[in-house]
Design a protein around this ligand. Structure first.
Ligand SMILES: Nc1nc2c(ncn2[C@@H]2O[C@H](COP(=O)(O)OP(=O)(O)OP(=O)(O)O)[C@@H](O)[C@H]2O)c(=O)[nH]1
Ligand SMILES: [Mg+2]
Length: 201
């Protein structure tokens, strides 16, 4: 059976734990503690180590879903889990003070996954704040890395069909990348380097 390891990252309260609860077919392993930062996210608990769930997308394709804490003080878990991941769903809350700045910050933190084109951006809480738009996120992404195509969605992490679309798009990207790497080993090696004049997905 093929397996993929996908990370759910992003700022506090963006909906990482919610997304994994929505997608997982197994009971989710959660590590929540009381939230002492109500200003950033007005909710009772926050992830302090990781979330873990699983979903089978096709008969022979299992996806391991890992959620990391949003708070920077728990970033040791980012370091551990980003080594294992092939791709990342970067969730960003649209109603934060500076969602685009948060997105760019997380892309810097998870640079290896970003550089190899394994990231999808999913803006949440767009029912609470309608801007930035998908076009705003995409413009910031192409300004940062014109050579990379990063899909951007608006999603509600409580909605299973929306989260499945995001996950399947990311897994399809990862599989395309690995087929390309098998067919063109030299080109794939240079495509994963931060080239400025090509386009890779
Ligand atoms: N209205 C609305 N609420 C949302 C949306 N997405 C998530 N939420 C809510 O926002 C909260 C998100 O909480 P979590 O899933 O714990 O967020 P998290 O990203 O895991 O946060 P940390 O673990 O603290 O970093 C939950 O109460 C969700 O129900 C959305 O699109 N719209
Ligand atoms: Mg969480």
């Amino acid at each position: 059976m093929a397996e993929h390891v996908i990370l759910f990252a992003g700022p506090m309260g963006a909906g990482k734990t919610t997304a994994i609860e929505t997608l997982s077919e197994t009971a989710v392993v959660r590590t929540e503690a009381a939230n002492t930062d109500r200003e950033t996210a007005d909710k009772d608990t926050t992830t302090v180590a990781l979330d873990y769930g699983e979903i089978t997308l096709a008969a022979d394709e299992k996806v391991r879903l890992y959620g990391v804490p949003g708070q920077q003080r728990f970033d040791f878990m980012w370091t551990i889990l980003k080594e294992r991941a092939e791709g990342m769903v970067l969730l960003v809350n649209n109603d934060a003070a500076d969602p685009i700045g948060e997105m760019l910050h997380f892309l810097d933190e998870f640079r290896d996954l970003y550089d190899k084109g394994g990231v999808i951006v999913a803006a949440t809480r767009s029912d609470v704040a309608s801007t930035p738009s998908v076009a705003d996120y995409s413009a910031a992404l192409s300004e940062r890395r014109p050579d990379l195509i990063v899909p951007v969605f608006t999603v509600d992490p409580r909605e299973e069909s929306q989260m499945r679309t995001v996950l399947m798009t990311l897994v399809a990207n990862i599989e395309m990348r690995s087929m390309f790497a098998v067919a063109n080993p030299t080109a794939a090696a240079s495509a994963s380097a931060p080239a400025r004049d090509g386009v890779s997905a």
